[in-house]
Design a protein. Sequence first.
Lengths: 185, 85
Amino acid sequence: MTLPPSQLIVPTVRARARTQDETVDAIGERLGARIRGLLKRSLHIRHLDTGSCNGCDWEIQALLGPVYDIQRLGIDIVASPRHADMVLVTGSVTRHLEQAARRTYEAMPQPGLVVAVGACACGGGVLQGTYCTAGGVANVLPVDVFIPGCPPRPQALIHGLLLALDRMEQKLYRTEVTVPVVRPD
Amino acid sequence: MLRVDRCTGDGACARVCPSGAISVVGDGDGWVWELTDARCVFCGLCQDVCPSQAILLSNEFEVSVRDVADLTMRVTFTSSTETPT
């Protein structure tokens, strides 16, 4: 018995797309309300590529596209870490980019958040244990939130941003402020 | 997602995993199944090779954590009790 492809595939794909859209809308509204309530302004993010394969970068790019469009929630990707509240780090920090990653973090106004995006940034991924990488962002910078995935889905990125805002609240409203120690050169 | 009632501990998933994210270690009395999301590339090979269909990749997306240790999922199987913890 042979069924036409439309009967085999299309209903499943359509159903899945619908649920994902609903998820994105629900979690996106939560994120937008959280940013407005906590910061009273928009959240500025600097994207830092430390030797990623560009998969994670494309997912971040997809967040800014017409489907997900996180700018409507009050999020902007800025061109300099000096303007950023948060840095999204992708890639497993190659040796040549280690110093650049550290300088980027130092250029951020405190309290700055570091979010590791993707399996490589979380723990090295497929490059774990190689001579040419630091094996994850956590070995170089103080990471606040880890978003695993290869690459993480846009919904996962939005969920990670929500977690990062919780961390931002802790950093903003605690009495004593300690600057995390960065490993010296 | 691991269906714990179906896992037999044969370690096919650990052998096929390209990034070494899965480890299965047995000690005669049972085995420990461990998955590290910090290395998993979601290729689905483990799902394909599992002879008992114990592994299913899902659409779950709320996987972000604050601590890198939380990325590791460890399931301990004990043959004497037959109830994984």
